[in-house]
Design a protein around this ligand. Structure first.
Ligand code: CTP
Length: 405
């Protein structure tokens, strides 16, 4: 049963922190549950954790080396705390002792697990396990309140008999429950059963066999949106211009170069899609006809004649049986006004407008979006692109369900 229930775990990277508590033995079972759901698991074992379970147990169960040292050159070289923080899709600390909860509340970075928690931008969850008096202590409760204010998730604890012989709150949840809550960290399957088509990246417009016109789009926002759509349960096809990015898990990627190739690839698939999201920075113009041989530098001046490229998004929006269409608008000024104009002009259902310049935009790690549709404007505050993409997908799913679902 739990395998189906935890399908959101498929291909997820779970960093499991195990700290000093008698409940550490249940973490061994948790590794198995997470892997049964399709997740890859790496374990960070705190010094306290090693008093209760051996690294070998977790190495055997996770199929990965166990991490415990922060300042070990060899371990840092293999996969240091920053690399671990980046690797993870979620960090789950189970069991989380009163001590680790206090240290997280203080934002310490004096062991590997604490440093990873500080360095990561993905969801972090604690599954507390401690004696009921320690749990009830105001210091512990204050610390947990601070963690909640920082959006750190809390799984449990449960009530019942404790290893120390007392009864009360403080027992760690069972492995099955923690695995289910972990799966719940990854969206809700809001797009389950839907087909999402996306464009991403720049396009390259050939001038001659060795030169092209292009732009600075990294494709990061589009790839993050594709990943978020896949996480939300959609079947995702990503038509991508040239980028240096890895294809997100469970996303079908079709590589193209020019706007015309992208246009052909998209229109061939558009009527099968439920939702089309155009994040690509499509070149507006291309050289009239690429020269067959490399252009030699003979003349002092050289003019290129350019011709307009087809508007992929507008053409999809114009299909009678077409998908819900979502466009992107990058503007340096009059954000909402220009975006609304684009929405109307291209006949879109929704447009995600972002301000470019001042550290935001194409090459930045973070972004912020104003999402405009018939229901009004939804502001998605500045955040790393992966998180912002998840919020955008949540908004698209909500709108889709209300309008067409
Ligand atoms: N788009 C597209 N095909 C094109 C051009 C743009 O699909 N040939 C899509 C982009 O993926 C994006 C939206 O349209 O979703 C951006 O609109 P666009 O007209 O390119 O914006 P700007 O170039 O900024 O427009 P303007 O010059 O009018 O500001």
């Amino acid at each position: 049963m739990h395998i189906l229930a935890n399908k959101n775990l498929a291909n997820k990277h779970i960093l499991l922190g195990v700290t000093g508590s008698i409940a550490a033995y249940k973490a061994a079972e948790l590794v198995r549950r997470l892997r049964e759901g399709g997740a890859e698991v790496r374990v960070v074992l705190s010094a306290g954790g090693t008093e209760f379970v051996t690294p070998l147990t977790f190495q055997a169960l996770s199929g990965n080396p166990v991490h415990s040292e922060l300042l070990d050159t060899e371990a840092e070289a293999a996969m240091g705390h920053i690399a671990l923080a980046r690797w993870a899709d979620a960090v789950v600390i189970a069991p989380a002792s009163a001590n680790v909860i206090a240290r997280l509340a203080q934002g310490r970075a004096d062991d590997l697990l604490a440093a990873v928690c500080l360095a990561t931008e993905v969801p972090v969850a604690v599954a507390p396990a401690m004696n009921q008096q320690m749990w009830a202590n105001a210091a512990t409760q204050d610390n947990l309140q601070r963690l909640r204010a920082r959006r750190i998730h809390q799984f449990g604890p449960a009530e019942g008999g404790q290893a120390c012989g007392e009864t009360g709150l403080g027992r760690m949840l069972e492995a099955d429950d923690i695995a289910r809550h972990t799966a719940g960290l990854f969206d809700t399957g809001a797009l389950a059963g839907l087909q999402v088509l996306l464009t991403a990246g720049p396009t390259q417009e050939a001038i001659d066999p060795v030169r092209y016109l292009s732009n600075r789009s990294s494709g990061r926002m589009g790839y993050a949106v594709a990943q978020a759509a896949a996480e939300a349960g959609a079947r995702v096809t990503l038509v991508s211009g040239p980028t240096a990015l890895a294809t997100p898990p469970r996303v079908e990627r079709i590589d193209v170069r020019s706007a015309e190739e992208m246009h052909t690839a998209v229109l061939a698939r558009a009527t099968d899609a439920d939702i089309f999201i155009a994040t690509a920075a499509v070149a507006d113009y291309r050289p009239v006809a690429p020269v067959q041989q490399k252009i030699k530098k003979t003349a002092d001046n050289l003019s290129l004649e350019l011709v307009r490229n087809p508007d992929i998004l507008a053409d999809v929006a114009a299909l009678t049986d077409g998908p819900l269409t979502v466009g992107f608008a990058a503007e340096t000024e009059n954000l909402l006004e220009y975006a609304r104009d684009k929405l109307a002009r291209k006949g879109l259902d929704m447009i995600a407008a972002n301000r470019v310049g001042n550290g935001l935009g194409f090459e930045a790690e973070e972004n912020a979006l104003s999402v405009i549709d018939a229901e009004g404007v939804t502001e998605l505050a500045q955040a790393p692109k992966t998180q912002l993409a998840r919020r955008l997908i949540a908004r698209i799913a909500e709108y889709f369900k209300r309008r067409l679902g």
